[in-house]
Design a protein around this ligand. Structure first.
Ligand code: PGA
Length: 252
């Protein structure tokens, strides 16, 4: 089963509109010929309109970094799926470990946000991953399974077809510490097995599972060479056009 690589950049809380415009115009030119990799950039909420405008008609899609589960209401600081939909944002990252760690996201809110995105026709990139303590305690697979079961509660196989999973070991995010390709592959294979058990083998074969955590131009080839690694969610190395373009072009 061949799955098309999907590489997404997560800008986190970086880049003003002025900077985003420059970086994206540069990136667009540098990956213009790429057809073998699906590419996306997830900028801040305030730069989404700029990103959508600069990247219109290009081979780079745009995603948001979060979405609230309610349609509207008294949720200060949050953004609804309808609001993202109004801008025609095709993707959204849900349950990033920074959201879980600093903003009290739980498997339940990840599930609710995923459902809200799906209902609005926005494709979720659902993040899972263990902390260093959990890995050292030998709990990696248990933790990731609990996160996935929680996130996908009540989600049908048809809906699953619109979901990407991002496996991001928390200890490898922004630390320069990458999981070895084998460590990542082992978890990805377990995730795919779990999807087969929860849904069907066909669903497991089709689902894209990205790896995230210090992915760089220099390690992307080996990581993407693993059987069950189908893409990357990239933080730091997505901020500069040259880095992200090199990363994509190295596996295109
Ligand atoms: P990093 O971040 O590439 O800077 O480690 C990855 C992520 O948090 O998605």
């Amino acid at each position: 089963m061949s799955r098309k690589l999907f590489i997404a950049g997560n800008w986190k809380m970086n880049h003003t509109n002025a900077v985003a415009k420059e970086v994206l115009a540069d990136l667009k030119a540098q990956v213009a010929g790429v057809t073998t990799v699906d590419i996306a950039i997830c900028p801040t909420f305030t730069t989404l309109p700029t990103a959508l405008e600069v990247l219109e008609g290009s081979n780079i899609a745009v995603g948001a970094q979060n979405v609230h589960f309610a349609a509207n209401g008294a949720y200060t600081g949050e953004i609804s799926a309808e609001m993202l939909n109004e801008l025609n944002v095709p993707f959204v990252i849900i349950g990033h470990s920074e959201r879980r760690q600093y903003f009290a996201e739980t498997d339940e809110t990840v599930n609710q946000r995923t459902k809200a995105a799906l209902a609005a026709g926005i494709k979720p990139i659902v993040c899972v991953g263990e902390t260093l303590e959990e890995r050292q305690a030998g709990d990696t697979i248990k933790v990731v399974e609990t996160q996935i079961k929680g996130a996908f509660e009540g989600i049908s196989e048809a809906e699953l077809a619109n979901i990407t999973i991002a496996y991001e070991p928390v200890w490898a995010i922004g630390t320069g510490e990458t999981a070895t390709p084998q460590q990542a592959q082992d978890v990805h294979a377990e995730i795919r097995k779990l999807v087969a058990a929860l849904y069907t083998q066909a669903a497991a074969d089709a689902i894209i599972i990205q790896y995230g955590g210090s992915v760089k131009p220099g390690n992307v080839v080996e990581l993407m060479g693993q059987e069950d690694i189908d893409g990357a969610l990239v933080g730091g190395a997505s901020l500069k056009a040259d880095d992200f373009a090199a990363l994509v072009n190295n596996v295109a």
